[in-house]
Design a protein around this ligand. Structure first.
Ligand SMILES: Cc1cc2nc3c(=O)[nH]c(=O)nc-3n(C[C@H](O)[C@H](O)[C@H](O)COP(=O)(O)OP(=O)(O)OC[C@H]3O[C@@H](n4cnc5c(N)ncnc54)[C@H](O)[C@@H]3O)c2cc1C
Length: 559
């Protein structure tokens, strides 16, 4: 048995401005990667941008915390978008905007799946090596499975041949269309379909292979293939072989720290920590005029961007303290809440372990992989109760030893869990439940990946959905939106503009959804759309732009 202790924070406070101008072009609420990319884009365009972050460091779900010489990633560890070629390397490009970079280590295996019926598959960076395993395991579906992943490449190659800017800025869309009509036409084939539709259309029939493809999408979209847009699947399933998965040296928190420092160095821009926004402020005409912090400070801005989740941004359906009060919350938001549910949160276990006490070789050279996904029963794929669902395990020290003391490793494991599992418990019951989950998780890892784990643990932190809610400021600690029923591909996911004049949303509640590279895309789009609205970049004449944008953004919510 392993002892858990409650999660608290002892983080270093990074450079951040203590003096904040009170009149800004743009205020960004939150320093997640979505918010920071927006800020970086606008700062690069020459706007004055202020970022207000309620926590002590930047990054949100891509932040970090330190304990006893270990530096743990709060959430994300499997990082797309740090490649150095193509157009889909959005994190690299966001860092470029503010003249900075982070060093990273190439991961030769995106993820090692340990699935029911001994289905053991490694997603090698080398595409052919990955596909060969699937063809060996499913010989009767060898042609269809290759056809399916080829369709993913078709999506990816089109995306990777065009600048990824705002899809709701008509001038930008027209430029992309004009410069690359073939790729745009190709993408329209996939806009309204989901990965599961394409898998079946390609002729995949083997139930286990279809389950595997469900797991492939679930691992980042938390939805099976039938509810995951094909455009997203194409991007993720190919970029891992193209730009690859790269772990930032020093931990994932380095990305947000570099972005935030870069933004702070741009003229007239700043990032402020420990600055929680209570609400968005409006003028008499209903246009956004700034924000108010919990300490009562008011900051004026022409534009406000919310990097909080949609449920924390707008009122409705039990949200008590949203940034936008009920009287300013547009009717379209009710539509969003019917169409998208909050996905569950996670129970996260952060372990510091002694290498010498593990009964397995922990080097990459000996075949140990950094990222693993474990499932014992396909029926539990989407389960978010009792720690029996899909278990994600990341061991960043396989790639970067600098994040732990000598002779030690980090094991970060997380399993979906609803906040409801943790409600109404006394302190004693809550602690006991954390211990129970910890034991289940350690046991599952010990059986499949790390024999000897329970005897090797020297540091242990367990975070529950309540921890995620508290430290990440996310309603119910949710991982983000999942479609309630089969969506029309990507067609109904909201872009960045909202129906509230001057208010924009960015991050995983907007197109294209969860993941660091995805929210960075959302940040680029948001920054570009705002720059067009502020007249910083050229757009179509206003009346045409207004009509086209209304169709692209506002009315899509009603599709
Ligand atoms: C356990 C876990 C594992 C994950 N693993 C991966 C992975 O391996 N790879 C991957 O690509 N993605 C992964 N993800 C997903 C990825 O981390 C997220 O999709 C992404 O980081 C979300 O970024 P965001 O910009 O939307 O916002 P967030 O990261 O949620 O940041 C929002 C920020 O806004 C701040 N904020 C909110 N409200 C206010 C307010 N009122 N005032 C001031 N500040 C406020 C918050 O404090 C927070 O810092 C993982 C997520 C989790 C939880």
């Amino acid at each position: 048995m392993v002892a858990s202790r409650s999660s608290q924070s002892s983080v270093r406070v990074p450079t951040g401005s203590s003096s904040t101008a009170k009149e800004m072009d743009v205020i960004v609420i939150g320093s997640g990667i979505g918010g920071l990319t927006t800020a970086a884009q606008l700062a690069a365009y020459g706007c004055t941008v202020g970022v207000l972050e309620s926590y002590l460091i930047p990054g949100g779900s891509s932040g970090f915390f330190e304990r006893d010489g270990y530096r743990f990633d709060v959430g994300a560890s499997m990082i797309f978008g740090l490649g150095d070629h193509g157009t889909t390397n959005l994190l690299t490009r966001a860092l470029d905007l503010v003249d900075t970079r982070v060093d990273s280590v190439e991961d030769p295996v995106q993820v090692h799946y340990h699935l029911p019926n001994s289905l053991d598959i490694r997603v090698y960076r080398n595409y052919e090596r990955f596909i060969a395993q699937l063809c060996d395991r499913f010989p009767s579906d060898a042609i269809p499975v290759r056809r399916f992943y080829d369709e993913c490449w078709s999506v990816f190659n089109s995306l990777n041949s065009m600048p990824l800017l705002s899809l709701e800025e008509p001038a930008c869309l027209l430029r992309v269309l004009g410069s690359n009509p073939g790729a745009c036409l190709n993408l329209t084939r996939f806009l309204a379909v989901n990965a599961g539709d394409i898998a079946r259309k390609c002729g995949i029939r083997d139930a286990e292979l279809l389950n595997f493809i469900d797991m492939e999408t679930f691992s980042w979209s938390v939805a099976p293939a039938s509810r995951t847009p094909m455009i997203n699947a194409g991007m993720v399933f190919c970029d891992r072989h193209y730009g690859g998965i790269n772990y930032p040296v020093g931990g994932v928190g380095e990305i947000a720290r570099a972005l935030a420092d870069g933004v702070s160095k741009k003229p007239g821009c700043w990032v402020r920590y420990g600055a929680r926004v209570r609400r968005v402020l409006f003028d008499d005409g209903g246009k956004v005029r700034g924000v108010q912090l919990v300490d009562g400070t008011e900051i004026s801005a022409r534009v406000v961007v919310s990097n909080a989740t949609r449920w924390d941004t707008f009122s409705g359906d039990g949200t008590q303290r949203a940034l936008v009060p009920p009287e300013h919350t547009p009717a379209g938001e009710a539509k969003f809440r019917k169409r998208y549910l909050k996905s569950p949160s996670f129970v996260s276990v952060h372990l510091g372990v002694r290498e010498a006490d593990l009964h397995v070789n922990m080097t990459e050279a000996s075949g140990m992989d950094c990222h693993h996904i474990l499932l014992d029963d396909w029926a539990q794929l989407e389960s978010a109760f009792d720690a029996c669902g899909t278990l994600f395990v990341s061991m960043p020290t396989i790639l970067d030893r600098s994040v732990a003391p000598a002779g030690r490793h980090i094991v970060h494991a997380f399993v979906p869990s609803w906040l409801d599992e943790w409600k109404g418990l006394s302190t004693v019951e809550y602690t006991a439940k954390k211990q129970k989950f910890l034991n289940i998780i350690v046991n599952r890892i010990e059986r499949k990946i790390l024999p000897g784990l329970s005897g090797a643990i020297e540091v242990c932190e367990v975070g529950t959905p309540k921890t995620h809610r508290r430290f990440l400021q996310r309603k119910d600690g949710s991982y983000g939106p999942v479609p309630y029923s089969k969506p029309r591909g990507l067609l109904s996911m909201p872009f960045n503009r909202t129906e509230v004049p001057g208010l924009y949303c960015v991050g995983d509640s907007t197109f294209p959804g969860q993941g660091l590279n995805a929210v960075s895309f959302s940040g680029f789009s948001c920054g570009h759309r705002i720059a067009a609205d502020l007249g910083v970049v050229q757009s179509l004449p206003k009346p045409i732009d207004d009509v086209a944008t209304a169709i692209l953004s506002k009315y899509r919510l009603y599709l």
